[in-house]
Design a binder for this molecule. Structure first.
Ligand SMILES: Cc1ncc(COP(=O)(O)O)c(C=O)c1O
Length: 382
């Protein structure tokens, strides 16, 4: 073993069965789905079959699935539509949302379209529901955007409870479910929710493909204007192989969800135990060490170390691919806005996100632990 991949919250490897399902649409089946001839109809039929398959798994109507280029676009569409089409003038979100949410909200506020309130977080990064209620009680029409599971610290939001609070307050509720789609079952028929998002590449599907669930009671307009694709919600010729790959990835995820969860959780708890036994003074950020948190993510704060600033880089040289935060912020000198948001930054200590998938084994963890132990041997007093 020369390298191990422990960065599955950034992206996952495409499942061979997903690739196989996609290949015809990069080969012989190349029609434009908007064309009325047989080539076009074949492509269109693949899109609609994919849409039906996803809707069946999530317990929603096919018309409620709008295919996008992934999580970022889906988050943007949900938030902008809430403001421009649904009359929301108050966005309630949190400091530790993905940048696709937080930066979109900030931009809308800068442009004078809305005011943004950040809900208070508890010490380890959970949403303070009492404060959320206070914000919901304020004047104006609110939209709440809170992620289901945090991509860095693994905290899980009580989606049902927040959905009920939003319904009661007449607020629009969007949840970025990018990290839980295909990892937790979503029963949209029994959830008060307006928008949820998906990125195929987080569940062994292709990059550049995802969707936004838009509750059928809402009437929103497209953000990308052009042709009338996606029931006029998103102009542009569809990414057919990406859509087919997304549907296949979700189908596979649902087939074996319980077994995958048990396996991944076991791997994560094994790594946690190894770290506790072998690295003195190690801590875990947010809720990530809790077995009830997002089981794919473990966020580790290492003891003071001379190499603190270079830890991810040095681990990479040793063959361990992991991340200092979300993929977009890893390598950036500013550090993680999520760890900053929960005050989990300490001098000379570095935090690393290790994230796992169905392909991760205990042997991968043993390999990584050997390298981690070697780097940790250099402490600040050395
Ligand atoms: C929670 C969350 N939301 C949104 C995104 C963005 O998704 P995409 O890469 O498909 O644009 C990511 C990916 O890092 C994510 O982890």
């Amino acid at each position: 073993m020369k390298t191990v991949y422990l960065d599955n919250a950034a992206t996952t490897q495409v499942d061979p069965q997903v690739l196989e399902a996609m290949l015809p649409f990069l080969g012989n089946v190349f029609g434009n789905p908007s064309s009325s001839h047989s080539y076009g109809r074949k492509a269109k039929s693949a899109i609609e079959t994919s849409r039906r398959s996803i809707a069946r798994l999530l317990h929603c109507a096919p018309a409620e699935i709008c295919f996008t280029s992934g999580g970022t676009e889906a988050d943007n569409l949900a938030i902008k539509a809430s403001v421009f089409d649904l009359g929301c003038d108050h966005i309630i979100t949190s400091e530790i949302e993905h940048s696709a949410v937080i930066k979109t909200a900030q931009r809308l506020e800068e442009e004078g379209n809305v005011r943004v309130s950040l809900v208070r977080l508890t010490g380890n990064g959970h949403v303070d529901l009492l404060h959320l209620q206070e914000l919901l009680n304020q004047e104006g029409k609110a939209m709440v955007s809170l992620m289901h599971a945090n991509n860095e610290i693994a905290n899980v939001l009580p989606l049902r409870k927040v959905g009920e609070m939003c319904k009661e307050a007449g607020a629009i509720f969007h949840s970025d479910t990018v990290q839980t789609m295909g990892h937790f079952p979503h029963d949209l028929a029994n959830l008060n929710i307006d928008f949820i998002t998906c990125a195929a590449h987080k569940l062994h599907g292709p990059k550049g493909s995802g969707f936004l669930f838009v509750n059928k009671k809402l009437k929103i307009n497209s953000m990308i204007v052009g042709g009338g694709q996606e029931r006029a919600l998103r102009g542009g010729t569809e990414n057919i192989s990406g859509i087919v790959g997304l549907a296949k990835a979700l189908e596979l995820a649902y087939e074996d969800m319980d077994a995958h969860k048990a396996h991944v959780l076991e791997v994560k708890m094994y790594m946690k135990e190894q770290l506790e036994n072998r690295i003195e003074g190690v801590k875990f950020n947010g809720d990530s060490a809790n077995p009830e948190s997002l089981y794919t993510v473990l966020n580790v704060m290492f003891p003071p170390n001379k190499n603190a600033g270079m830890f991810t880089f040095l681990l990479d040289i040793e063959g361990v691919a992991c991340s200092g935060g979300s993929a977009c912020s890893s390598g950036a000198s500013k550090g993680s806005h999520v760890l900053n948001g929960i005050n989990a930054i300490e001098p000379n200590r570095t935090s690393i996100r290790f994230s796992f998938s169905k392909n991760t084994t205990k042997a991968h963890i043993d390999f990584a632990m050997e390298k981690v132990e070697k780097l940790c041997a250099v402490n600040v007093n050395a």
